[in-house]
Design a protein around this ligand. Structure first.
Ligand code: ZN
Length: 262
């Protein structure tokens, strides 16, 4: 009986390990999602700014063309001014020259302002381009490193699955059926009893059931959660239940952290 319980617990340990590794392998790639989102957002903003800059550049070219046209018109007006035969023609041509001069001056002023802002924007965009590229490199490096981690997890998973399958082989067929059905319904199948209380559902067992467990004559089930139960103190092997596993996993880093002080 003791051996069957131990086999069951071993199976449970490996099942837990397989589940943990599977969860880790699934969660790992999602860790880079925030970085991917940041990058997409920055790239989107950058593209919008580039589009705006291109539009401004077009406006600037159009404006330059208008100035060139104004210059030609002014030359013609100056020609008229020189050829004017009377005061009326002279004053009309001279008004035209003045108008064109003012128009050119105004447009050149606008063009200068816009050109300055284009230069500033171009400098800013170059810097942002570099930032985005840096982020892209960072993501690529992280993805590369993660590829290694995922491969490592996959290898561990293959190993854990093999160990689990071996453990399944050592458990009785009928018991395995109960075990699988409990895993499906309850998450895990075997629970220790401590001080008369099932650790799977925290119900206090009837005293007579607790006494039966003490004799270890058969594998009993908890009346409330249905899990396969055993008295913990009677099976003082290193027992890993799913609830105890995370605490055990946290212990080693603490010990490592103390090491440099020595
Ligand atoms: Zn229970």
């Amino acid at each position: 009986m003791r051996e069957q319980l131990l086999n069951l617990l071993q199976l449970q340990t490996f099942d837990t390990k397989v589940k943990e590794l599977q969860a880790a392998a699934t969660n790992l790639p999602a860790k880079l999602d925030p970085l991917r989102r940041d990058l997409a957002k920055l790239q989107g903003m950058l593209n919008t700014e580039k589009t705006k800059l291109a539009e401004t550049e077009n406006w600037r070219k159009g404006h330059q063309d208008m100035i060139d046209q104004d210059r030609m018109s002014m030359k013609m007006a100056q020609g008229k001014l020189q050829a004017s035969k009377n005061t009326k023609e002279f004053s009309a041509a001279s008004r035209e020259v003045e108008n064109k001069k003012k128009s050119i001056g105004d447009r050149e002023g606008e063009l200068k302002k816009v050109s300055e802002s284009v230069t500033a924007s171009t400098t800013q965009l170059t810097a942002r381009d570099a930032d985005v590229q840096k982020l892209r490199d960072e993501l690529a490096a992280s993805e590369g490193a993660m590829g290694g981690q995922i491969a490592e997890l996959d290898a561990q998973l293959v190993e854990a699955k093999a160990a689990r399958d071996a453990a399944r082989g050592s458990v009785e067929k009928s018991l395995l059926k109960t075990y699988d059905s409990l895993v499906g319904k309850r998450g895990y199948a075997v629970a220790p009893v401590v001080k008369g209380t099932c650790q799977g559902c925290h119900m206090a067992l009837p005293p007579q059931l607790n006494n039966i467990l003490a004799r270890m004559t058969g594998i009993e089930t908890c009346p409330r959660c249905g899990r396969l139960i055993y008295r913990k103190e009677l099976l003082e092997e290193p027992v890993v239940t799913p609830a105890a596993a995370p605490a055990a996993a946290e212990a080693p880093p603490a010990a490592v952290a103390e090491a440099p002080e020595e």
